[in-house]
Design a protein around this ligand. Structure first.
Ligand SMILES: [Fe+2]
Ligand SMILES: [Fe+2]
Length: 287
């Protein structure tokens, strides 16, 4: 417990995050980093980036609602303290991705209507399953849903986007790398805190596993919709620039949408199986 207290304290968070990898950043990027000119001048490329960023904002708004709600559901002070830091991380993620929409030319007055236009409907259902548990102050299910399922998904998506942006959009890649570091901390907390509770309350397993199965179903539908109706990975990279970026062994410039969907889904499901196994839960495949 002493280690847990030190690793997930506000003091540790201050040192590693605001005074560490976020020091000197402005909305998560370097003060003089900008979106690339060729992106801003190309309407269809810009729209794809707006669509992607809307999904990130929606996911982060869900994480903000869940982490803040779980502060009052947590049974111990150390978890409340960590979730307070996570609440600020998630609020920051909402803010930096919202700022990215403005950088992509969205007028702040049109923020909510833009989100409504572009949001993937399956992502809303995914969020509902989690927030229902949080509303009931169900700490065990809430932490598994947020810190294992939602954040396991988020950081795999961020890593895929980071691979695509690393050579062509250093500003977005920089924003993503700080977010990935935060998400890793959140996932680590979920694993460390919840394993013990699952062992103590084994009767909670079936309900938590059902939630995981439902969230996984909506997540896979979200990916399918995004890749089936979206542009190919090569279209979403800066036009006119050659990139050798790869993701899970796929060369992004040549990969089809089906291949990308397959690679992302396999990566996330692999993460789920490993992390759920570590806390004593068996992964449930959606029906
Ligand atoms: Fe987040
Ligand atoms: Fe997070």
């Amino acid at each position: 417990m002493a280690d847990f207290l030190a690793n997930y304290s506000i003091q540790k968070w201050l040192e590693s995050c605001p005074q560490g990898y976020l020091e000197d950043t402005v909305y998560g990027r370097g003060a003089d980093e900008r979106e690339p000119e060729d992106l801003l001048k190309n309407d269809s490329y810009r729209e794809q980036q707006i669509r992607t960023t809307v999904q990130l904002i929606a996911g982060e708004r869900c994480a903000l609602a869940a982490s803040s709600g779980l502060v009052n559901a947590a049974p111990d002070q150390a978890s409340k303290t960590f979730l307070a830091t996570q609440t600020l991380d998630e609020g920051r993620h909402v803010e930096i991705f919202t700022q990215r929409l403005y950088d992509l030319g969205i007028n702040p007055d049109d923020l909510e209507s833009t989100i409504k236009t572009y949001i993937n409907p399956h992502l809303g259902k995914f969020a509902e399953v989690l927030l229902e548990k949080v509303d009931k102050k169900d700490f065990v299910a809430g932490v598994v849903g947020q810190n294992i399922v939602l954040e396991g998904m988020a950081f795999s998506v961020f890593e895929m986007l980071h691979a695509g942006a690393s050579e062509t959009n250093p500003k977005f890649a920089h924003t993503l790398s700080g977010t990935i570091a935060d998400e890793r901390r959140h996932v680590g907390f979920g694993e460390n805190r919840i394993g013990e509770l699952i062992r103590r309350y084994p009767e909670r397993k079936p309900d938590v596993q059902r939630m995981q199965r439902d969230m996984t179903k909506h997540m896979l539908a979200t990916f399918h919709e995004a890749f089936a109706n979206g542009p190919t990975a090569s279209d979403t990279m800066s036009p006119g620039r050659k990139s050798n970026a790869t993701y899970q062994g796929l060369k992004l410039a040549d990969a089809s949408n089906e291949e990308m969907e397959g690679a992302l889904s396999a990566t996330v499901l692999g993460e789920f199986k490993t992390r759920l196994g570590r806390i004593g839960l068996e992964y449930q495949a959606p029906v």
